[in-house]
Structure formats: C-alpha cells, structure tokens
Ligand binder design. Structure first.
Ligand code: NAP
Ligand code: MG
Length: 484
C-alpha cells in the first residue's frame, strides 16, 4: 500500500529486502566461544515492534550463566588476551570492523527488524558508525602509551557491559571496541527487547576467530544485568541506560573497587537565535527529535526559540512535520519507525497526556499509522512552562517541548535548568554566541548549527544526572585502563 503522510502525497513502497538475513528460531548464550543453553532453562520471545510478530526465542541468562560467562572471560583474560602483544589484539579488533562492513546490510536489517528504527538510520548511521568505532580503537591497541605519556598503562581485567535498546549494535561497539583494544575481556548484556544484533555480533566474533571467552554475550532482562553488576569477579562496569537504573548500579558498586562509567538519560535543549538560518535549524530540530522516534538519549527534546522568530519556527516545524513518513522501518522512505516496545509507547502516551493536562498546546501530524505494531505521530507542544514535566523529564519519544526566550542569559538559565546534561544544540549566525554558550551550557556535547553528529574520535558523556565517564576518543580508553 502506498504510504501517505499528511500532506496528501504518497510515496510508493520501497522496502529493503530481508532475503539475505538468516535469523535462527532460537539463540542460546555466547559463553567461552560457544553457544550454550541457559542453565536456568528459561527463554523469551523477541518480536518485531512494527508488526508484533515473533522473530526468535532468546535465552534468559540467570546468575549461574553470568557466573559461567565471567569465569570464561577471566580465563581468557589471564591465559590469552592480557598476554597477547597489543598489535596482535589490534588485528582482531580490526577484523571485527572489516567483517561488520562486509555484513553491513544484514546488520542494518536486523537492527531495524528488532528495534523498529528506520532502515535509513541503521544503514547510514548505526552500522557504519559501529564499524568506525572498531576501526578507531583497533588503531589504538598498540599505541596506548602514546595516549597517556609518562604513565604505565594496564588493562583492568573483566568488563561487565550493559546496553539499552535504542542503539543496540552501536552501544555494543562503543563498549566492546575500547575494552578489547585496552586488553580487557568482556561480558555484555544487550537490552531484553533488542538482543538480535548483539547475537549476530557474537556470530561475527566467532567468524573473526577471537580467542574463546574474550567476548561473552549473555541475553536476559534487568535481573541478568544486576547479576553482572553484582558479580564479585568483574573489575569494571560500563552501563548505558536510564538514570534510575544507573543510580541502582552506582549504589551496588560503591566500595567494591569496581571501576564504573555511566551514560544515562538526557533532556537536550536546542537554542535557536533570531539570526540563525531558520530553515536549516528547523531541519536540524526535526532530525534531532523525530528521526529515530526520539529514541535517542541526546535527542533535542526541548526547544528554546528567540521570541521574535517563535511563530515562524513553529509554522515551519509544523509544515515539515506534515511531510514526515511514519511507518514500516524497512522502507527506505520512512522517517519515523516503530516505537521499540508497547511499554515505551505507554510511557510516551502518558507524557503526551501530562503535557495536555498541564495546559500546553499540542500539535500532531495527521499521518496514517499502521494498524499493528507500536506507533507514535510526531508531536510538539507550545506554551510550555519551564516547570512542566514535559520540559523537565525524559520522554524518549518523538515529543518536542517548545519555549521562548528574550536574552542569551535567559536561554542559558532555562537550558541548564534540568537534572540532565548530556547534549545541547545552538543555532545562530554568530560565532561569538556559539563560543559563549558552549562554555556555559552544562552538557557533555554541544552541537552548533547541526545536531546528533557522532565520530569515534570524539568523547561523549554527561554532566549531572546524565552520568559520568566518557566513551569515545582517547577519553574512552581511559575508562578501560589502570594508569600508574
Ligand atoms: P534501562 O531500563 O536503564 O535499561 C538499560 C539496560 O540495563 C538494559 O539492558 C536493561 O535490561 C538493563 N537493566 C535494567 N535493570 C537493571 C538492573 N537493576 N541492573 C543492571 N542492569 C539493568 O534503560 P532503557 O529504558 O532500556 O533505555 C533507555 C534509557 O537509556 C534512556 O534513559 C536513555 O536516555 C538512556 N540512554 C543513554 C545513553 C547515553 O549514552 N547516555 C544512550 C542510550 C540510552 P532490560 O532491557 O531487560 O530492561
Ligand atoms: Mg528496562
């Protein structure tokens, strides 16, 4: 069926083929280089959120499975990986990068099938950026002493890594690549709803002939993650996810000597000055909050517009929203795919109701939505108060809260006024405004006249309740090394 957006023109379907993707009916746990059945005997179904159909049966790892994975990682660390010349380690990481490039189409389809994100995103961003991280850190493996001059560098040991559902493959790459390059071994848990790309990565790691136990993938839910966090023989925890779970992990690791990095939630402000190129800014705002369903920790979910251009910006935003296509994630024309789970859709809808009840004005595009699966139209709110919950709390969906400002100080005060500090965007013609704001915005990344740009050489991480520690770049190495 031709897909209609609310401008009333239709695009012919252009679905990506799935013929080349072989999803097995059932996956075990990847421990010690082998596929094993969960000792718990438990499995659960993973689905495609765009049609609610089952994709595969996934093992639910329990404490005994996590223990087996940590033991395998410890053995690989002590006998092979920490002893291997760093240049050799680098070659393995490089091989993962090359294989990921070769199988890029397959990984993109799997990511979109299981996560609901548009194929355009998984194909053009997630998979190439994941490969780029492996390439980048492969290069560092034998140059660690140059990264930290006059220091003696040593790996930490076994790293426990827990990732969320919004960038399943990319987050796994962010975590595995630097850990391996620095000489650590890994036990990684993907999110319950999006395990498939990590399991495909496990197969790829087998294909790359990494020594057994260097990377272990244990699927499961929150309890599986907690078992990794609480395991006494894990030296480092790297967690990406919600601030609530980050706090639990921080408490659980306090006093244990485990090194910890937390990449948590966000409520990123985009600030548009009247002197900005408005059309470019509008496209950047749309990209920042609507593409990828707003399932981005650094999504530009708050918008501060200089009062004199408020009406123009809102008019242009609404016009652009009308042309956004919501639908089949595998279709190349899709801008907004499926919401990752029924639970997440419930959260988003709850916040949309809160916004309306708090007295803000809601606008949604009127595009068609598929009848099955989990969907949300691009939504914006005007007349939002700074104290409003939709301006303060992370929604993690395609919902934008718009406010105005008159002076730069006011914009800065409002932008910094949330518990989060992951990222921010500034749109202006004046370099002086950009420099002034980038030094004062309490955010780990500030983009100027662009948004959501990533590069493996650039560190990423939060201020305040968005977490601590940095991933990416040279900073990302520091998180996996002991420096003497
Ligand atoms: P979440 O509930 O915190 O889950 C993240 C991961 O932790 C999942 O693998 C989850 O397993 C696991 N987990 C849940 N409870 C746990 C526990 N008690 N101990 C150890 N692990 C546990 O977050 P989410 O809702 O899936 O993901 C969205 C959140 O991630 C948002 O807040 C977003 O901002 C944040 N995020 C941050 C970044 C960043 O770089 N700062 C990037 C992406 C996402 P289950 O899947 O089974 O629940
Ligand atoms: Mg969860």
């Amino acid at each position: 069926m031709a897909k209609k957006n609310s401008t009333n023109w239709a695009l012919a379907p252009a679905p990506e083929s799935t013929d080349h993707v072989r999803i097995k009916p059932e996956y075990g746990l990847f421990i010690g280089g082998k596929w094993v059945k969960p000792k718990s005997g438990k499995y659960y179904d993973t689905i495609n959120p765009a049609n609610e159909q089952k994709l595969a049966r996934i093992a639910e790892g329990g404490e005994a499975d996590v223990d087996a994975a940590v033991k395998a990682a410890r053995k690989a660390y002590g006998t092979v990986w920490s002893k291997m010349p760093p240049a050799e380690r680098g070659k393995y990481v490089y091989r993962i990068a090359r294989l990921l490039q070769e199988r890029a189409r397959e990984f993109a389809v799997v990511e979109s099938l299981n996560g609901g994100k548009p194929i355009r995103e998984s194909r053009d961003f997630d998979v190439p950026t994941a490969a780029a991280h492996f390439f980048y850190y492969a290069g560092w493996a034998d140059k660690l002493s140059y990264a930290f001059p006059n220091r003696r560098v040593a790996p930490l040991g076994v790293a426990g890594q827990i990732v969320p559902w919004n960038f399943p493959l990319l987050m796994a790459a962010w975590k595995i690549a630097p850990a391996l390059a620095c000489g650590n071994t890994v036990v990684l848990k993907p999110a319950e709803t999006t395990p498939l790309s990590a399991l495909f990565l496990a197969e790829l790691i087998q294909e790359a002939e990494l020594p057994d136990g260097v990377v272990n993938i244990v699927t499961g839910a929150g309890a599986t993650g907690a078992a990794i966090v609480n395991h006494p023989d894990v030296n480092k925890i790297a967690f990406t996810g919600s601030t609530a779970v980050g706090k639990i992990i921080q408490r659980a690791t306090a006093g244990t000597g485990k090194k910890l990095t937390l990449e948590l939630g966000g409520k990123a402000p985009n600030i548009i000055f009247a002197d900005a190129t408005i059309d470019q800014a509008v496209e950047g705002i749309v990209n920042g909050i609507y593409f990828n369903q707003g399932h981005v920790c650094c999504a530009g979910s708050r918008l501060y517009v200089e009062e004199s251009v408020h009406d123009e910006v809102v008019r242009k935003l609404k016009h652009r929203m009308k042309s956004l296509v919501v639908g089949d994630p595998l279709d190349k024309n899709t801008d907004i795919g499926a919401i990752n789970s029924k639970e997440q859709l419930g959260t988003i809808n709850k916040y949309i109701k809160i916004g309306v009840n708090e007295g803000s004005d809601m606008y949604q595009s009127s595009c068609d939505l598929p009848s099955k699966g989990f969907w949300c139209r691009p939504t914006l709110f005007t007349n939002v108060a700074q104290s409003s919950r939709i301006a303060q709390e992370e929604i993690f969906g395609p919902v934008l809260a718009i406010q105005t400002f008159r002076t730069m100080d006011e914009a800065l005060q409002k932008a910094n006024n949330t518990p989060y500090g992951l990222s921010a965007g500034v749109w202006t013609d004046k370099g002086s405004k950009i420099f002034n704001l980038t030094t004062k915005l309490r955010a780990g990344v500030v983009w100027a006249n662009t948004f959501n740009k990533f590069d493996p050489t650039s560190p990423f991480g939060g201020y305040k309740e968005s977490g601590y520690g940095r991933e990416g770049g040279v900073h990302g190495l520091g998180a996996y090394l002991r420096l003497n």
